[in-house]
Every structure is written in C-alpha cells, then in structure tokens.
Design a protein around this ligand. Structure first.
Ligand SMILES: Nc1ncnc2c1ncn2[C@@H]1O[C@H](COP(=O)(O)OP(=O)(O)OP(=O)(O)O)[C@@H](O)[C@H]1O
Length: 325
C-alpha cells in the first residue's frame, strides 16, 4: 500500500482511566491526547516538543501500536495502526532515552546479535547489517567492549543501532539525548541527521530546543494534549518576532516576584528555569519597550548574577506558544 506520507494521524485521542485514593478509591479519567492531526512526509525529520505531561509519549505509543487510541485514526506508510498492526510493526523502530533495554554484561556486538535474532534479521544478513550500523552510530572499534563500560552517549547510539536492525522505514526516537553530555549529544545529533539523510523518517521528541532547531525539518508543539503550533523552526521562531528578551541569573526568586514581573507594562512572557542553586529568569517584552529597569527594580533585594539582553530564539517562541495554551 502506498502513501506519500510516512505518518498520518487524524483526530487522535487517548483517555486513561485511573484509580486514585486508597481508602475510598475513585475512578478518574485523564484525557492525555485530545485530538491530534498530523502528517509527516517520507524521509522527514519531525520533532514533537512539549512540556512534561503534554501527551508526547502517549501520541508516540499510539503511532507505534503500543497503545490503542480511544478515538481517531493513524497510519504508518498507509497502514492503519489498529487494523494492520503487524504491517506497521515491521516498518517501525522505537528508541527511548535512558538506560533501559540493553544487556550490560554483554558487549555491544553481542547485544546487536541478540536483538538481530529476536527481530528475525536473516542469519546471512546479520553480520553485514551489524557492521553497517556500528559504522552509522560511530561504535566501530568499540563493539567488543561490555556495555556497562559505555558512556551514556555510546549506550544511546547502541540503542539507535538496535532500533534500526530490521531496517525500519520510520523511527520513533523518544528523548534520545536525555542525560547525555554536550559533546556526545552533538555526535548523537549527527547520527540522527545521517539517518534522515539516508531516507528514514524520524519522529523525534526532545526537551532540548537547540536540538530540535538544528535537526528538525518541522516541529509540532504539543501542550495539554493538543498541537498548539506546527511549522518549520524558522516559522515557529517568527512567533517571537517583535520581541526582546532580558535574561537574568538569580538566586531564590519567589513565585510572587515572577507573577509581579508578568504584570509590568510591555512584558509578554516570563519563564524561570532552575539550574542547581542558580535560577535563570527570562523576560520577553515588546521590542520597542525597554523593560530592563522596571524588571530590576521589581527584583530589588534578590541576589542577582549576570543580566543580558538579547534577540529571541526558538526556545522563546516555544515558551510563548506553551504559555498561550
Ligand atoms: N498509564 C497512564 N495512566 C494514567 N495517566 C497517564 C498514563 N500515562 C500518562 N498519563 C497522563 O497523561 C498525560 C500525558 O502524559 P504523556 O506521558 O503522554 O506526556 P509527555 O508529553 O510524554 O510527558 P513527559 O515529557 O513528561 O514524558 C499526563 O497527564 C500523564 O500523567
């Protein structure tokens, strides 16, 4: 069955039914995904971004047949994820971030041999396929070492190789760079870009905006179970046109102060990010209003570090989209 799209979703919804409380258990419904429409072209590198609990993992799990949608439909290369589960599974790979799913005491090579067997890669193809993949993910020469000596970045690249053993046409990559150091993350990005260049469709979820900006052809921002914005990184960045950003390093900013900043004239968004003891306060304003003086007055008495005024980035556009949802 042919389709020009690798992934198509229409009105995709998922409701979880949970029990809460112990003494008097109550049934609760959580509508995790509330009607997602999406098309991803073949060979496209598509990013799914959103805050915690937005519904990204639930969406991916419906697309890769691990969860049945409550309503709506989805197709992978034309095959329906509910009716044609087997056809879909043959065509997809799933790689999730973190450390699970590898055998630590085995070498990288033996892990791949094991999974090749499990995924039914014909014996005569295994050797060549594994060598190709080790090359693709940059592990050639390290494949005989036990995985428990691998760095996180190496493990993650081995995960990707594992997910590609059966030559999937569509690869789901859920938070691949979580916990990976910046240098290894850069190598990982190169691997992912190489995959897409070789024709594999990639659906990537990430919390790292710079990663999405660099890699993705298009991005969907999902929040509260719905797609809030969809476009190329450049198109999304335009959402922050006409704005200016003041960035302030601070220690111990109370929520009340952040709320007060939001009410200042000209201020459009505020965001507070914890970086250990340090906090990074970001204030977006209309570009023609200089809010820095007012902001600093509002923060009087709070210990501050560097203050910096700059042009908005994709991350700022993302904050604006998520705050508006
Ligand atoms: N098995 C489950 N049972 C009940 N509720 C769930 C279940 N899985 C997820 N949820 C809820 O559904 C919503 C969406 O969760 P989901 O994991 O899809 O979000 P996410 O965007 O992947 O978040 P994160 O970035 O934190 O992984 C959240 O409110 C979450 O608490």
């Amino acid at each position: 069955m042919g389709s020009e799209y690798a992934i198509e979703a229409e009105g995709l919804r998922r409701v979880y039914r949970t029990r809460t409380g112990w003494l008097r258990p109550r049934r609760e419904m959580v509508e995790a995904v509330r009607g997602v429409d999406l098309t991803v072209r073949r060979g496209e590198l598509f990013g799914l971004l959103g805050p915690n609990g937005a519904g990204k993992t639930t969406t991916i799990k419906m697309l890769n047949t691990l969860l049945i949608p409550t309503s709506g439909t989805a197709r992978i290369n034309g095959f329906d994820v509910v009716r044609d589960t087997r056809e879909v599974r043959r065509r997809i790979g799933y790689v999730f971030g973190g450390d699970r799913g590898l055998y630590d005491r085995l070498s990288g090579l033996d892990n791949l041999r094991y999974f090749a067997e499990l995924y039914g890669v014909p014996a005569r193809d295994q050797k060549r396929r594994i060598a190709e993949l080790l090359e693709l993910v940059g592990l050639t020469g390290r494949e005989r070492e036990p995985v428990d000596g691998y760095s996180r970045g190496m493990r993650q690249r081995l995960h990707i190789a594992r997910g590609l053993l059966h030559r999937p046409e569509v690869l789901f990559l859920d938070e691949p760079s979580i916990g990976v150091d910046p240098v290894a993350a850069r190598e990982l990005r190169q691997t992912v870009a190489g995959l897409a260049a070789s024709g594999t469709t990639v659906l990537l979820t990430t919390h790292y905006m710079a990663e999405a900006d660099e890699l993705c052809d298009r991005i969907a921002v999902i929040a509260d179970g719905r797609i809030q914005a969809l476009g190329t990184p450049a198109e999304l960045r335009h959402r922050a046109d006409g704005r200016r950003v003041v960035e302030i390093e601070a220690y111990g900013v109370p929520d009340t102060a952040v709320a007060a900043l939001r009410d200042l004239p000209g201020v459009r968004e505020t965001a507070l990010e914890e970086r250990g003891a340090l906090q990074l306060l970001t204030v977006q304003s209309d570009a023609h209003v200089d809010v820095q003086g007012d902001v600093l007055r509002e923060l009087a008495g709070i210990r501050l570090g560097r203050v910096n005024s700059r042009e908005p980035t994709l991350e700022d556009a993302y904050v604006a989209i998520v705050n508006a949802s």
